[in-house]
Design a protein around this ligand. Structure first.
Ligand SMILES: [Mg+2]
Length: 298
């Protein structure tokens, strides 16, 4: 027998999550609140003027937050490594998030114990906060904006940003099995890689996000026949649909409330999504077994 009849088999499935407003409330807004500011007033008076002056959103968020923290009389509220760590440790996640990982792994392993379900974060928010949360250990990689801290531990500047279009790059990282940022990897990231050499093909990736920052990822996942899922905060489905007049390529397979508790629509959706991918892999495994038997002359 020559050549290959069945598709290449990869036993990994991935769920890549956005973070802010997907797994937890928006951390920029809640940090401003923690510093004692009224969120809307702070945005209108400090953040929006920078945007009007040509600033990009991500450095504008960092700069205004840093300035806001420096104006605090309370030294405990300076934007330091330890403050962000404490903040992440105490961050309230959406309902059911902490229990979600094992439940979804069990759904996959009930179909085949050899299948592996991996989780990733691709966020334009501050990775330092996500890395301090109680669920950090669940993720194979956490990609987000990184801060540079001075010798006194206070944040000085952004050393790495993940813009909204950049998020797509990390889906390529995921599919190629690259875990850390490196400009050296860029050639490899954008090269055509044969399906058989991918760490996880994108048709075995589910992407979960809540808004405009996720539209480029929804598009890429759609192109590759993965499963894009949009979530919205409590009771704002109509607002989501009105706010995001998305083109066909950016449309999602499901739009559900960001509630990860037992039997919620989102958990049902995620469960079915991972099971459908697991079953597809099982079909390929059975096909491969037939070929192996044929080779052995059985
Ligand atoms: Mg978000």
């Amino acid at each position: 027998m020559t050549g290959r009849t069945t598709q290449h088999l990869c036993n990994r499935i991935a769920i890549a999550f956005d973070f802010d407003d997907t797994l937890a409330p928006d951390t920029f807004a809640s940090l401003i609140g923690d510093l004692g500011y009224d969120i809307e007033k702070f945005k209108a008076e400090k953040y929006e003027p920078l945007k009007k002056n040509g600033w990009d959103g991500i450095p504008a968020r960092f700069f205004t937050l840093l300035e806001g923290a420096r104006d605090q009389a309370d030294n405990e509220k300076r934007l330091t490594r330890s403050y962000l760590k404490r903040y992440g440790e105490q961050l309230q996640l959406f309902s059911g998030v902490a229990e979600m990982f094992d439940k979804l792994r069990q759904r996959v392993q009930a179909i085949d114990p050899n299948l592996v379900l991996e989780f990733y974060i691709i966020s334009s928010g501050f990775a330092d906060i996500v890395k301090s949360t109680s669920i950090a250990h669940q993720f194979k990689a956490i990609w987000g904006c990184d801060l540079h801290f001075g010798e006194d531990g206070e944040a000085v500047c952004l050393k790495h940003t993940v813009t909204h279009p950049d998020k797509v790059r990390y889906l390529y990282y995921l599919s190629r099995g690259i875990e850390s940022h490196s400009e050296d990897d860029l050639m490899f990231v954008y090269q055509d890689v044969p399906h058989s050499e991918l760490y996880i093909p994108l048709d075995q990736v589910i992407y979960v996000g809540d808004g405009t920052s996720d539209l480029p990822c929804f598009r890429l996942i759609n192109q590759h026949k993965g499963i894009p899922i949009a979530v919205f905060p409590d009771g704002s489905a109509r607002e989501w649909a009105r706010k995001y007049d998305v083109s066909a390529s950016q449309r999602v397979m499901a739009l559900v409330e960001a509630d990860y508790s037992d039997n919620s629509l989102l958990m049902q959706t995620l469960g079915l999504a991972v099971e459908s991918m697991a079953k597809k892999i099982r079909i390929q495994q059975l096909g491969d077994r037939v070929l192996e038997d044929a080779k052995d002359g059985v």
